[in-house]
Design a binder for this molecule. Structure first.
Ligand code: HEC
Length: 104
């Protein structure tokens, strides 16, 4: 019986930890909220405000999130004129990548 209760406590604590963002993830979230959220869905749910823009939670289905690191640092220049070009500082890139990984 005690073992069952401990298991339940561990489960609840574990779930709490999964939802709280690390500081770098939190900074990444703040950044994408400011710079990307007007077009992309940035959370676990919801549609992109701009239907053309892929929701961030789907990006890892197309390529490993780490491969975005370079693109973000150099400025994403896709063949998509509707997306503005960004150049991020290296630590901003790491924050955004860290946040995107929480969506996988
Ligand atoms: C003004 C609208 C707009 C903003 C702001 C915007 N995007 Fe986009 N983004 C788009 C559109 C539209 C597409 C899809 C273009 C297409 O596939 O034709 C896209 C595609 C992407 C892709 C996929 C690229 C590919 O080649 O598959 C990534 C990654 C991305 N955006 C990241 C970001 C990040 C990170 C930010 C914030 C720093 C951001 N976007 C801000 C409109 C926007």
């Amino acid at each position: 019986m005690i073992r069952v209760m401990l298991g339940a406590v561990a489960l609840v604590v574990g779930m709490g930890a999964a939802q709280a963002l690390e500081p770098d993830e939190q900074r990444g979230l703040t950044f994408v909220k400011t710079n990307c959220a007007m077009c992309h869905a940035i959370g676990k749910y919801g549609d992109s405000p701009l239907p053309l823009a892929p929701p961030f939670r789907t990006l890892h289905e197309f390529y490993p999130i780490d491969s975005l690191q370079e693109a973000l640092a150099e400025g994403i220049v896709t063949g998509h004129p509707s997306m503005p070009q960004f150049e991020l500082e290296p630590d901003q890139v790491e924050d955004v990548i860290a946040y995107l990984k929480t969506l996988e």
